[in-house]
Design a protein. Structure first.
Length: 89
């Protein structure tokens, strides 16, 4: 694990899984402007989407953990200046 710019601890293994999964999506010719992230490696997937996929305009995150949703929201706002981060309970 390592600290990122925001001071949070990130997991290089999860980052690599997210990058490889999204790399496979590049093989698909269709553009996906809206993405649904279903738990598991949520923060790593959102970070990779925001960093590498300019075609993505909306990301919806679903996770059983309220703490994880808060963590992802906080990181998206702090690191990427996410234009609009909503939280539904």
């Amino acid at each position: 694990r390592r600290n990122d710019r925001s001071g949070d601890i990130t997991d290089p293994f999860l980052d690599e899984i997210a990058k490889r999964t999204l790399d496979r999506l590049r093989d698909v010719k269709r553009v996906f402007p809206k993405v649904l992230v279903l738990g598991g490696a949520t923060d790593a997937v959102v970070r990779t989407l925001l960093t590498e996929r300019q075609d993505v305009t909306e990301i919806v995150v679903v996770d059983a953990s309220f703490d994880m949703l808060s963590f992802v929201k906080r990181n998206a706002e702090a690191e990427f200046g996410a234009a609009e981060v909503k939280k539904d309970e």
